[in-house]
Design a protein around this ligand. Structure first.
Ligand SMILES: Cc1cc2nc3c(=O)[nH]c(=O)nc-3n(C[C@H](O)[C@H](O)[C@H](O)COP(=O)(O)OP(=O)(O)OC[C@H]3O[C@@H](n4cnc5c(N)ncnc54)[C@H](O)[C@@H]3O)c2cc1C
Length: 489
């Protein structure tokens, strides 16, 4: 694109092919739903990967697609994929662009399939407690629809106002209430997807099957590299009768972790369990005097009234037994009010700093050590001012650790600075046996560590991709499906 300075764009299609495709695509979706205008192409040239913010602040664009298409239904997606497959043109699905690792960037140009017009609720099946929706439905609108009908979807990622149901499934997302309702893979009943050759697969809307591996479930977490998700059926829950909130301050993180571990052993499943380190406690809960120089644990239990009473009694007693100082309901109310506030990142980038969040998974035996080692490794980098953390999404087997890091490089080379921080964080986590991602996924950036994460399984996974998409046209270069490349400075 004339005058557009792209950073990681590997290819674009020729102007001749672009014109042929536009004509064919217009026949499929209508004239208004195909665009080659600069404004539309730039709107989908990035996602929320902080590296793209760094490049943007320098006046550079990650990679610009050649054509944007807004399909209305599965038949259109199927026809688009048939056409793209015939011409060997890359297709990148795009939800709402809130992914944090570059997954939705059209690295090799081609077509971006923007799913936002496929945003309908198709059926609420109250008897079987399921809802069927299109993938472009916005997360907050999904939950609002369910609430109006007396239900909750139980899925509350911090990005729910700027992400789609299809994006949640593609990234194997986890919401803030995951300990009670599960992560997206626990909520999905079945889905429909269009494969690279245009064929459509649809799983059965039954609670379970024993009929071989489920191809529809394989799409969950595939980040748009195996197929385009065009419909999903998810479990829903009656809107909770009761909510109980409590919070406790612990002298140390490991004491708080042990209290949580014991809660999980009892079978109690609070919806929200979040344990903040000293730094994050002082930042998020400055008004809680008892929490000064301590680590705050926030608990929220909801659902059926009798179960809520029993679970909150169990969890609160265990928190006290393990030295937790009762801080009451107020900190939880404060957290609920601010939980979707994500303004810090844009403020910091405008001020010239680099900010990112890195979420990993630990077991209980290494949870505290991974936190300490990651923090030490990141803080040791010249220019890093912050590497604070909290645990959330807890399980009987372990928990997710979420680190927020911020700083400014002394030599102003933000790309190198960013790489150094991630190298240090991933090395520290993986050398102690942690998994490199809990819910943000892999996208473009984490592809370089996929062999370390999966070992021999990565080649097998790549073979699955090859079998489903022999020409490699669906979201190429993502999820470690190809050898990782160095990106420019
Ligand atoms: C401030 C902030 C907070 C966040 N908090 C959370 C959180 O709490 N929990 C969490 O899990 N994540 C969180 N995220 C990450 C992100 O919001 C999620 O990964 C989300 O699921 C992405 O949805 P999206 O619609 O924006 O997808 P996009 O960013 O548009 O796409 C993400 C990936 O999915 C693919 N994709 C999109 N739609 C489809 C489809 N229909 N079929 C196939 N592939 C598709 C894309 O090609 C891409 O690879 C956060 C991000 C931000 C910026």
């Amino acid at each position: 694109m004339a005058g557009i300075n792209t950073v990681i764009q590997e290819k674009s299609i020729s102007p001749e092919l672009q014109s042929v495709l536009v004509e064919e695509l217009q026949k499929i979706v209508g004239k208004d739903c195909v665009s080659v205008q600069e404004i539309d192409r730039l709107a989908t040239c990035r996602d929320f990967w902080p590296m793209t913010s760094i490049w943007f602040m320098e006046g550079r664009y990650p990679a610009v697609p050649d054509i944007i298409v807004w399909p209305h239904n599965t038949e259109e997606v199927s026809a688009i994929m048939k056409l793209a497959n015939e011409k060997g043109v890359p297709v990148t699905p795009y939800g709402e662009g809130s992914g944090t690792l570059g997954g939705a960037i059209a690295l090799r140009g081609g077509i971006v399939l923007d799913m936002k017009l496929m945003n309908k609720v198709k059926n609420l099946d109250e008897q079987n407690q399921m809802v069927t929706v299109e993938p472009g439905l916005n997360g907050a609108l999904y939950e609002e629809y369910l609430n109006r009908h007396g239900y909750t979807g139980g899925h509350f990622p911090q990005s729910m106002r700027c992400s789609s149901v299809g994006g949640w499934l593609a990234c194997r997302a986890a919401g803030q209430f995951s300990t009670r309702y599960g992560k997206i893979e626990d909520m999905i009943v079945s889905l429909e997807a269009v494969l690279a050759d245009g064929s459509v697969i649809r799983g059965r809307d039954v609670p379970r099957t024993s009929t071989g591996p489920r191809l529809d479930h394989l799409m969950v977490g595939s980040e748009g590299t195996l197929g385009i998700i065009t419909e999903a059926t998810l479990t829903v829950w009656p809107y909770p009768e009761k909510r109980a909130m409590s919070s406790f301050a612990f002298d140390t993180m490991d004491k708080g972790l042990e209290a949580i571990r014991q809660m999980m052993r009892t079978g109690a499943r609070p919806a929200v369990v979040r344990l903040y380190d000293y730094v994050e406690t002082s930042y998020h809960f400055p008004e809680a005097e008892e929490a000064e120089d301590r680590c705050m644990l926030v608990l929220l239990v909801e659902g059926n009234e009798k179960i809520v009473d029993a679970e909150s009694e169990i969890c609160d007693s265990l928190a006290r037994e393990h030295g937790g100082v009762d801080c009451g309901e107020e900190p939880v109310k404060h957290w609920l009010e601010r939980r979707f506030n994500v303004s810090l990142a844009s403020k910091m980038f405008r001020q010239g700093a680099v900010l990112d969040t890195i979420e990993v998974t630990s077991n209980w035996h290494n949870a505290f050590e991974i936190y300490k080692k990651m923090q030490e490794a990141m803080i040791a980098i010249d220019g890093v001012a912050l590497a604070s953390g909290h645990y959330s999404h807890v399980y009987p087997e372990g928990a997710c650790l979420y680190i927020t890091t911020m700083g400014t490089p002394s030599d102003d080379n933000k790309t190198e600075f960013y790489k150094r921080i991630w190298d240090a964080a991933m090395d520290a986590c993986m050398s102690l046996g942690g998994a490199m991602s809990h819910h943000h996924g892999v996208g473009l950036h984490r592809g370089q560590w996929m062999d370390k994460e999966h070992g021999a399984a990565l080649e097998a996974l790549r073979s699955v991709k090859k079998a489903l998409d022999p020409q490699g046209i669906i979201n190429p270069g993502k999820l470690g499906m190809e050898e990782a490349k160095e990106w420019p400075k």
